[in-house]
Write a protein that binds this ligand. Structure first.
Ligand code: NAD
Ligand code: LMR
Length: 340
């Protein structure tokens, strides 16, 4: 009897495993803005991701070519390319588990991210309208700038359609922690893989707040000033170097693929304690009228599982936060007003 029980237990474990494998395989990932500077390398990195079963590329132009090219890579996912003439955004989004959105125009030298608002706000609103219709339960990763405003626009549009899930809307701020890790490691002659920097706030200039005191490393006042400025304005370095041809695309693709992978690991990969920073609906500064804020979050099967507290900060960092909060409040209000 004991043997039979043991055998049935083995069977049921195997059956469970095979069930969870097939469930874990059902992850269609859509990239909206897939033919662009970020979209193409990001799609390449996602083609390598074992959690992705169907990579669905949408853009207003050129996705059939990008999809044909990527579809020759011998990893186990199907690739489809969509434009208005190729089954449209409906086919691109239908049944998507995760949607990454790098659609919209990038900066040129002399511009702030807020200067992109006029063009990108309506692009993001229209994508949110389509998403609310075709894949309301997906996880949405917003890369399009200005993130501080496009996330509220996406949220308000989903709310209007009655399908907003705050656990599944993420402003992608991963590039800020990727940069911070690299810049600090350069100053301290360390391997960046050993340097984790918590960055909180939003994704533009003074709203980007690195908490260098939480790294456990020592910094002089000069190092603190220089590193803080470089992390806050790292995007400008790339915009200036690209001299009118765009902003960060390759490092952003790397950061976007890292964040997408973390969401996939937590939602379909069964991984526990997946922690990433993200600009999400948050109570942390709600009393100051700031509805969205980036801190580390623990990701779980349903999306955002736990929003981490800011933790201990120095007076220097308190001062940075006090400059970030009013600017964030303004950016969020602008997004909310647009979506009304
Ligand atoms: P890009 O111009 O190279 O590509 C953007 C793509 O979006 C283009 O292929 C364009 O055809 C497409 N597009 C425009 N309207 C669209 C729509 N309605 N639907 C679908 N696709 C549409 O620009 P990029 O360098 O890839 O940057 C894209 C966005 O990402 C910019 O707003 C940029 O500021 C932002 N960005 C954000 C971060 C971040 O950390 N969150 C980092 C870098 C860039
Ligand atoms: C970045 O941080 O590189 C992006 O937000 C693009 C930009 O405009 O700087």
């Amino acid at each position: 009897k004991r043997k039979m029980f043991a055998a049935s237990r083995v069977f049921s474990t195997a059956a469970k495993r095979s069930f969870s494998t097939s469930a874990a395989n059902l992850s269609k990932v859509a990239v909206v803005g897939a033919a662009g500077g970020i979209g193409q390398p990001l799609s390449l990195l996602l083609k390598e991701n074992p959690h992705v079963t169907h990579l669905s590329l949408y853009d207003i132009v050129n996705t059939p070519g990008v999809a044909a090219d990527l579809s020759h890579i011998n990893t186990n996912s199907k690739v489809t390319g969509h434009t208005a003439e190729n089954n449209g955004i409906e086919a691109a989004l239908k049944d998507a588990h995760l949607v990454v959105i790098p659609a919209g125009v990038p900066r040129k030298p002399g511009m702030t991210r807020d200067d992109l608002f006029n063009t990108n706000a309506s692009i993001v609103r229209d994508i949110a309208t389509a998403a609310a219709k075709h894949c309301p339960n997906a996880h949405f990763l917003i890369i399009s700038n200005p993130v501080n405003s496009t996330v509220p626009i996406f949220a308000e549009t989903m709310k209007k359609a009655g399908v907003f899930n705050p656990k599944r809307l993420y402003g992608v701020t991963t590039l800020d922690v990727v940069r911070a890790s690299r810049f600090v490691s350069e100053v301290k002659s360390l391997d960046p893989k050993d340097v984790n920097v918590t960055v909180i706030g939003g994704h533009s200039g003074v709203t980007i707040v690195p908490l260098l005191s939480q790294t456990g490393l020592e910094f002089t006042k000069e190092e603190l000033d220089a590193l803080t400025h470089r992390i806050q304005f790292g995007g400008d370095e790339v915009v200036q170097a690209k001299n009118g041809t765009g902003s960060a695309t390759l490092s952003m693709a790397f950061a976007g693929a890292r964040f997408a992978n973390s969401v996939l690991e937590a939602t379909v990969g069964g991984k526990k304690n997946v922690v990433e920073p993200s600009f999400v609906q948050s109570d942390i500064f709600a009393a100051e009228g700031v509805e969205y804020f980036s801190t580390n979050v623990t990701l779980g099967p349903e999306g955002v599982e736990k929003i981490h507290a800011v933790g201990q900060v120095t007076d220097y960092e308190k001062e940075l936060i006090s400059k970030a909060v009013p600017e964030l409040k303004k950016n969020i209000a602008k997004g909310n007003a647009f979506a009304q």
